[in-house]
Design a protein around this ligand. Sequence first.
Ligand SMILES: CCCCC/C=C\C/C=C\C/C=C\C/C=C\CCCC(=O)SCCNC(=O)CCNC(=O)[C@H](O)C(C)(C)COP(=O)(O)OP(=O)(O)OC[C@H]1O[C@@H](n2cnc3c(N)ncnc32)[C@H](O)[C@@H]1OP(=O)(O)O
Length: 282
Amino acid sequence: MKVTGKTITAGCIGRIVIFRDSKDQRVQMARSIGRLLKGFHGLSTLPELGVQLNHLPTCVSLRTASVRTKVALSLPFPPKPRDFSLPNSSWGPEMLGLYEHYNSLCEVETEGGEKREGPWQRLPSYNRSLKYATGGVYLSKIIQSKARLFTRNMRDPGAAFEYVLFVNEGEQRCVCIFQAGHLLEGPPGHVHGGAIATMIDTVTGTHASQLSEPVMTANLNINYRSPIPLGSTVLIESCVDKKEGRKTFISCKVTSTDGSKLHTDATALFLSIGVSHLLLRE
Ligand SMILES: CCCCC/C=C\C/C=C\C/C=C\C/C=C\CCCC(=O)SCCNC(=O)CCNC(=O)[C@H](O)C(C)(C)COP(=O)(O)OP(=O)(O)OC[C@H]1O[C@@H](n2cnc3c(N)ncnc32)[C@H](O)[C@@H]1OP(=O)(O)O
């Protein structure tokens, strides 16, 4: 059987070969890639994946009339990557308490004692997202192999960004519990504005990705209202203002954990990009 196409390297699941012959197989392929992406931070749900994958033939070069595409997904990093959104020894009592609170809302017990999904969902978080298939994205293979998600690249627990995100799909809300480590200093004893912006971008971007498909930040407006003490835990809450085609408008606020002090507020615009954007970009 003749097979054409390119190898798509993505995360943490074995090697899968998919032949794209019919609509059924397209759906199958969408499901497989959906499963593959599941678990990646910010990409754990891709409801419109099936539609997006219809674009694959334009980015995965097809040279035969038989329209068979081989999509090989290899194993570039260990099968069980660390989930950074789980508690570690650096988490203070405030961070842990809030984590326990939201985590308890992720599962509810029915009257019959049965466990069901609750209104909230904890999002796992890894230090790598998709690894692109082809050159042109990274300067070299060395950079490609060393690339890590900005907020998850510190080895020393508690030194920088400690955070966990929970989403409530029904309410279109997202909450992040963020403990700011000592390496994030800006003004003496307080968190750097760029670190705050990074967290706002991460929370709102992840939220927007959860609602549709992968997104890129097009616009981010931030008002810094009061400084955040280094080492403190804060809440970052985002909510969807509106969705218009590819655009998702989100607003966000950073407050003290009891909600009494507003540290920062922001608005953001995200534009969805197709899954094909994630897989190949030449
Ligand atoms: C390579 C893909 C990477 C994707 C990554 C995604 C997920 C990764 C997974 C896990 C990561 C985990 C955690 C982090 C999660 C998220 C946070 C990170 C997100 C970022 O940190 S990401 C980096 C910073 N980000 C950029 O590096 C973007 C640079 N930029 C561009 O890549 C393009 O600019 C783009 C794609 C934004 C749009 O380009 P485009 O060609 O697709 O669309 P186009 O320009 O035609 O605009 C269509 C309509 O949007 C309106 N529009 C456009 N821009 C606007 C603006 N600024 N203000 C107001 N309206 C705007 C137009 O006016 C038009 O409106 P209308 O249709 O009404 O006329």
